[in-house]
Design a protein around this ligand. Structure first.
Ligand SMILES: O=c1nc[nH]c2c1ncn2[C@H]1C[C@H](O)[C@@H](COP(=O)(O)OP(=O)(O)OP(=O)(O)O)O1
Ligand SMILES: [Mg+2]
Length: 194
């Protein structure tokens, strides 16, 4: 019987990417929503603390190993904002469109559009696991005011990769997964689990 693994996220964009990225890994991957797990609190000011809180929450409520992702876009001219607050940058309820609009407005008076996506993954074998497995990944880009592309989620229509001449919403899923902060972090995590 394959080991079940709970993805401790309710974000459909992330879940899709994890299903693609984990397709070849020997886990039976299930979203926490399938088990009725509600969103965890994310009260902390660091990605790693929020990811650990999400992983423990999902594992506690399901009794299964869990993998959580805390991620965001960090903009240099804004001192790293929205960063750990990316999901709720424009307030509640969470909205990718309003978050992107606020980011573009906040950058209007700035010249430096450089930014990076950052992702921390935390895997716990059980809710009180004293040795969570942690990995991270970073992906550099430029924030552009005009939205481009239909793929991805979140800030992807505004996150431009100069080397590719495309926004990340214009990439095929495999290409995004090969390059992204999340893909990098997941491959690093899988190495640590070997
Ligand atoms: O590849 C990405 N492409 C575009 N945007 C991205 C990406 N990766 C993170 N992001 C943005 C989306 C959200 O504004 C925030 C994550 O916030 P974060 O709290 O980790 O996730 P969430 O609340 O959407 O779902 P959950 O906590 O249930 O996993 O960063
Ligand atoms: Mg969240």
């Amino acid at each position: 019987m394959t080991q079940k693994l709970i993805l401790a996220s309710n974000n459909a964009g992330k879940l899709k990417e994890f299903n693609e990225l984990l397709a070849t890994v020997g886990f039976d991957v299930r979203a926490q929503g399938e088990y009725g797990v509600p969103e965890a609190e994310e009260p902390f000011f660091t990605f790693v603390e929020n990811a650990l809180a999400k992983a423990r929450h999902a594992s506690r409520l399901t009794g299964l190993p869990a993998l959580a992702d805390d991620s965001g876009v960090c903009v240099n001219a804004l001192g790293g904002a929205p960063g750990v607050f990316s999901a709720r940058y424009a307030g509640e309820p969470k909205s990718d469109a309003r978050n992107s609009a606020k980011l573009i407005a906040d950058l209007a008076a700035h010249d430096d559009m450089s930014a990076y996506y950052y992702c921390v993954l935390v895997f716990v074998r059980h809710a009180d696991d004293p040795q969570p497995v942690i990995a991270d990944g970073r992906w550099n880009g430029i924030i552009v005011p005009e939205a481009r592309g239909e793929g991805g989620f979140g800030y992807d229509p505004h996150f431009y990769i100069p080397e590719l001449g495309k926004c990340t919403a214009e990439l095929a899923p495999e290409q995004k997964n090969r390059l992204s902060h999340r893909g990098q972090a997941l491959r690093a995590l899988v190495e640590k689990l070997k």
